[in-house]
Ligand binder design. Structure first.
Ligand SMILES: [Fe+2]
Length: 182
């Protein structure tokens, strides 16, 4: 947990950089380590996105023109989630999986850049610093509500989640837990 209160926008940008670093790691890991990295990436990406949906986008929708931007960014996030769900069914050591990583990386980087230049700029201009710190605390709380196990493919996944698939189950569980605290 963070010791000092942080501005929401600093937290969000730090998350973006961390996800980009994880995506970049696929270049240097051996194919046998891709699955593990994929699980870590999924966990980070999903908890960031879910916490954004609960804290960032509602604040954006309060601003003029915010609805349109929120809708576009949220549909990009939904596409990324679909891609993750597709990738989890693939052999992580295959060339097809490596190609999916390249597409995912490009989509995530483009999405993050668009968020920073549209949504975050609007929030920085319209929301006072003190309120951004309050939103930052809520964002951190929503993220921390995420299931602690770093691997959506953990063997202790309850049997009920098998129907959904581990990525979809993780997203579901995250939305549930984060909504309860935010
Ligand atoms: Fe984001």
């Amino acid at each position: 947990m963070r010791e000092t209160p942080a501005d929401l926008l600093d937290l969000l940008e730090a998350d973006h950089r961390q996800v980009e670093l994880l995506l970049g790691e696929f270049d240097s890991v051996s194919p046998t380590r891709r699955k593990e990295l994929f699980c870590q990436l999924t966990h980070e990406l999903v908890r960031h996105e879910v916490a954004e949906e609960l804290v960032v986008y509602p604040a954006l929708r309060d601003l003029p023109g915010g609805d349109r931007i929120a809708d576009t960014r949220i549909s990009e996030q939904a596409e990324a989630e679909e891609r993750l769900a597709k990738m989890e069914k693939m052999d992580a050591e295959s060339d097809g999986f490596a190609r999916q990583v390249i597409t995912l990386r490009s989509a995530v980087v483009t999405h993050a850049k668009a968020e920073e230049t549209s949504a975050f700029t609007m929030l920085r201009d319209a929301v006072p610093a003190e309120q951004r710190v309050e939103l930052g605390a809520r964002y951190t709380k929503a993220k921390e509500a995420a299931p602690t196990h770093p691997h959506p493919h953990s063997p202790d996944t309850p049997p009920g989640n098998v129907v959904l698939g581990p990525v979809a189950a993780l997203i579901d569980k995250m939305r549930d837990s984060a909504a309860r605290v935010s």
